[in-house]
Design a protein around this ligand. Structure first.
Ligand SMILES: [Zn+2]
Length: 261
């Protein structure tokens, strides 16, 4: 009886072991114990996973590479009961230039932070993976600015997670946007027009001239940005709006990501 139970337990453990091969972007690398590292990998097939990378902090380690964000790589992971250990890695693109400029690094950090904070572990998010990869690629090839990259990614992330903004009419009175201001309704996760903003004394309020910029950032593709460098964005104001949108995103509990691809 005892033997059977043990055997059952053993087989149970066996079944839960597997090898995972996937493409991944490193979003975080932290030291772990004396010699190891913990890597947060945003993978194509498994979403976000944390993997133990043994002995990677030795000077002469078998990996022959220091793993830092936002490296793009092909990895093989050994998985046991949802704990992952890195067994093989080949670097596709280290995105070295992105770690050498402060502004690029800041953009990378913002994008990594969003993945880190607002996605569930092991949830396959293919569209989001490709979004991150293409933004990193555009940034490395200087097809867009670091400011554009981080705001574009932040807004596209919300869009991908089902946070759809309506730019034609006010969510409350259904009239087109006119006047001086617009604001963001945390309750509706939508935009209020000038008169609804004033009548309801909503703060913070934003200059209506910024609305077309947000709309462009919301609908534009990276290819269009490459072809046209005439887009002018007021990034410090967009930053304020983005903070408000994320507040709305969090209060709406859109965290259960339902409609990818
Ligand atoms: Zn209105």
């Amino acid at each position: 009886m005892v033997i059977n139970r043990l055997r059952l337990f053993y087989y149970d453990q066996l079944e839960k072991m597997s090898l995972v091969k996937t493409t991944a972007i490193i979003t975080k690398a932290s030291p772990y114990k004396e010699h190891d590292k913990l890597l947060t990998l945003f993978t194509l097939n498994q979403g976000k996973v944390t993997a133990l990378c043994k002995k990677s902090r030795h000077t002469l380690n078998r990996w022959n590479s220091s793993f830092e964000p936002p490296m793009l790589c092909n990895v093989q992971l050994y998985e046991r009961n949802q704990y992952y250990t890195l067994t093989e890695i080949s670097v596709e693109n280290p995105y070295l230039s992105l770690t050498k400029s402060y502004k690029n690094l800041l953009a990378v950090q913002t994008m990594s932070y969003i993945i880190e904070q607002f996605t569930m572990p092991e949830m396959e998010l293919t569209a989001l993976f490709y979004l991150l990869q293409s933004v990193l690629h555009a940034l490395e090839n200087k097809e867009c600015s670091p400011d554009f990259a981080r705001h574009y990614f932040s807004l596209q992330f919300l869009k991908e997670t089902g946070f759809s903004l309506q730019f034609k009419t006010c969510v409350r009175c259904n009239k087109p946007f006119t006047g001086e201001w617009f604001s963001f309704s945390l309750l509706h996760a939508q935009l209020f027009c000038d008169s609804c903003t004033k009548n309801n004394r909503i703060y913070p309020r934003f200059d209506l001239h910024l609305l077309p910029q947000i709309e462009t950032l919301y609908y534009i593709s990276l290819d269009e940005i490459k072809q046209n460098s005439d887009f002018l964005f007021n990034y410090s104001e967009i930053d304020r709006i983005m903070k408000e949108l994320y507040k709305g995103f969090l209060s709406k509990e859109c965290l259960t990501i339902h409609h990818f691809e």
